[in-house]
Design a binder for this molecule. Structure first.
Ligand code: C2E
Ligand code: CA
Ligand code: CA
Length: 642
């Protein structure tokens, strides 16, 4: 009989390609993935040996008998190994977290090991086959054995998958059933057309299915919770909106989840996330749940029926504790809801509107449900418009920097100023920092904006110094995002160098929340810059935790007492006593003090009584354009004020 190996050659190439790509790709070295690689390797080897043995037999006496004999023997060793490794793969899925896995592997290897002994002994026994030049290839009495072993492992795969089906995700179950079933079909076909060798093609098909599944899963599934990820979420939203499907989108955003991680540890945090994912999956069924952020989930409800009731149940669940290794822990959530078909928005707009709803839902301490309405959509559109303006201004370097001169009590001079960003003239009219700074932070635009402010400030300082001002320095606000840039210190140094500004003329203002966000990183950048001579001011002191350890351990030269403390001090004696004590203590430790937000003579007198050196407030000077601030900083204005 003449055999056809064309299909096997194609299969050989396909498995070879998958083998290369799966090695080059960044598959995690989990047991499953490693066993999958083993499957690929044995299949590749087995198909290769199959093709080689057919070719060698066809070549007859043109090649040494021993070579044909050895290759055929190896083929008999390798072919059932394909089924064995596939069985291993099924076991890796089914018993992944079970202590029994080693035992299962050990016991299941025994039949193959016995068979392999027999196969390797075949050149002496000829039980499987014999080969010589005169008689060619002859079947042996145990010719059927490799097939028995092969199909025994296939049946084993089917059995354990079926027995443990409740523990296996349906999509994986389908995959695990694939190989044995494809193999069974091939037996039948092989009986009908025995001259066409198809065993390798069958294995290649099954492996291709698994590989595509793994790839697809890696792209769209969140590995921690097993839920579909953000990419899948936006793709589905896009599809449903295009189809004008009446969907309701529910975004569940956890509040203070960092606290859980910090207090109970990352492992407990992961456990809570998995519990939440499993609760939402049950509650949302048959709809799909997505993990669309670290602490954010979304449900796309395909029908209106029961939507409100289901949302109420979700809300209720988040007012009860979750289990963290035996103890209960509260995780509140803000829930944003959008009846997408009513709002008539694009995907981006819908996602932003939901962000607004979620932000509102997370106001307060225990979270609530907020439904996106026209007001919210208008707010989202404004936010979108402001973002566009910020991008445009950044592109044209168009922001205005105002300067608020800071009053020195001792001599009435204005040796310092704070640089404050302004957008006085935009298509939306003037936009104030309280609105655009949070948007700039959220969109990450603040990073480039700060560098722009710094450059403008340096240019102004250069001019002041050239004109002989007795300037102490100008301060610039740094946002938390700035510290996530690895080259922050170098970038600032570059700007200072460019304008030839000695570092002591620039003071960087940071708030406590910046420090608290990542103490180590912030400290290291501050130390690097402080070494170069840049000075730091701790802004808004008294609004956060007012952590004295920050003042003690960070290279901070100035502390700015927030205006809320100054204002409260006038009608609250305890507050006044505290501010006074803190100011004197800082003063004695050589830290300079600035009182912020001073608007009245009374407030100024209080600040002076506390021994505070500098006062920033409308009483003395409001933030103003550069040209107006110039005389203050040149020392001309002090005379006017006296
Ligand atoms: P901040 O850093 O606390 O800046 C001081 C704010 O207090 C300024 O508000 C200033 O105009 C205001 N202020 C000064 N004196 C008085 C007073 O006597 N009474 C009252 N009621 N307010 C006074 P502004 O300019 O609206 O800035 C608000 C916030 O926006 C700033 O608070 C700062 O956090 C942020 N910001 C402004 N410019 C920038 C910037 O360039 N970068 C960064 N990252 N943030 C900035
Ligand atoms: Ca400030
Ligand atoms: Ca401040």
């Amino acid at each position: 009989m003449s055999w056809h190996v064309e299909a096997e050659m194609v299969a050989f190439v396909i498995v070879g390609i998958i083998l290369i790509y799966s090695r080059e790709g960044n598959m995690l070295p989990t047991l499953k993935n490693r066993v999958f690689q083993l499957c690929l390797f044995t299949t590749f080897l087995s198909i290769g040996l199959n093709i080689a043995s057919v070719c060698l037999i066809a070549a007859g006496s043109a090649v040494p008998v021993i070579l044909t004999d050895v290759v055929n023997t190896l083929y008999f060793v390798a072919t059932p190994a394909m089924a064995l490794t596939y069985f291993y793969y099924t076991v890796a899925y089914v018993y992944e977290h079970s202590a029994r896995i080693r035992r299962v592997y050990l016991i299941s290897t025994i039949p193959y090991a016995v068979y392999m002994g027999l196969a390797l002994a075949d050149p002496a026994t000829n039980w499987l086959f014999s080969y010589d030049v005169q008689n060619g290839y002859q079947r042996g009495p145990l010719q059927i054995l490799p097939y028995v072993v092969f199909y025994a492992y296939c049946v084993g795969c089917l059995l354990i998958t079926a027995l443990r089906r409740k523990h296996i995700d349906p999509s994986i179950r389908r995959i695990l059933y694939a190989f044995p079933l494809v193999a069974a079909v091939v037996i039948v076909v092989q009986q009908v057309v025995p001259q066409y060798i198809l065993s390798g093609s069958a294995a290649a098909c099954a492996l291709l299915v698994i590989y595509l599944y793994l790839q697809n899963k890696r792209i769209t599934v969140d590995p921690l919770t097993g839920l579909s990820n953000r990419q899948a979420y936006t793709a589905m939203l896009e599809l449903r909106l295009r189809q004008k499907h009446p969907i309701t989108v529910v975004v569940v955003s956890l509040m203070d989840f960092k606290f859980i991680n910090d207090t109970f540890g990352q492992k407990s945090g992961d456990r809570v996330l998995r519990q939440i994912a499993s609760f939402l999956s049950k509650e949302a069924a048959p709809d799909r749940v997505y993990r669309c952020g670290g602490d954010e989930f979304a449900v796309l409800m395909e029908s209106e029926t029961d939507a409100d009731k289901r949302i109420r149940r979700m809300r209720k669940q988040f007012s009860q504790p979750w289990d963290v290794f035996g103890s209960g822990c509260m995780v509140y959530a803000g829930i944003g809801v959008a009846r997408a078909w009513q709002l008539k928005l694009s995907v981006e707009e819908l996602v932003s509107a939901l962000e607004c709803a979620v932000a509102e839902a997370k106001e307060g301490s225990t979270g609530r449900v907020v439904v996106c309405d026209d007001r919210m959509v208008a707010r989202m559109k404004r936010k979108h418009a402001v973002t566009e303006i910020l991008k445009e201004e950044l592109l044209n370097q168009g922001f205005e920097v105002y300067y608020q001169p800071i009053y020195r009590c001792k001599d009435g001079g204005f040796p310092v100023a704070e640089a404050l960003l302004r957008l006085p003239d935009t298509p939306l009219g003037p936009i104030y920092p309280d609105e655009f700074i949070p948007i700039a932070e959220e969109t990450g635009l603040i990073v480039q904006m700060t560098y722009l402010v710094l450059a403008k400030v340096c240019k102004f300082v250069r001019r002041l110094l050239d004109e002989g001002a007795k300037l102490e320095g100008v301060s610039v606000n740094l946002s938390v995002l700035q510290f996530m840039q690895r080259d922050l210190a170098d970038h600032i140094a570059e700007i200072l160098d460019y304008y030839q500004i000695p570092a002591r003329f620039i003071k960087l203002e940071i708030t406590e929340s910046v420090v608290a966000s990542n103490y180590e990183a912030v400290l290291s950048v501050m130390e690097k810059l402080a070494k170069k001579g840049v000075q730091f001011a701790l802004d808004d002191f008294g609004t956060g935790y007012s952590n004295l350890s920050y003042v003690m351990h960070l290279p901070v030269d100035m502390v700015k007492i927030d205006r809320s403390l100054i204002w409260s001090s006038l009608n609250n004696d305890r507050c006044a006593t505290l501010v006074e004590a803190v100011s004197r203590t800082f003063g004695q430790a050589g830290i300079r003090m600035i009182a912020e937000g001073v608007e009245t003579g009374e407030q100024a007198a209080f600040a002076q009584r506390c021994g505070i050196e500098l006062i920033q407030g409308f009483l003395y000077a409001k933030p103003m354009p550069q040209e107006e601030a110039l005389p203050y900083l040149m020392g001309v204005k002090e005379l006017v004020n006296k």
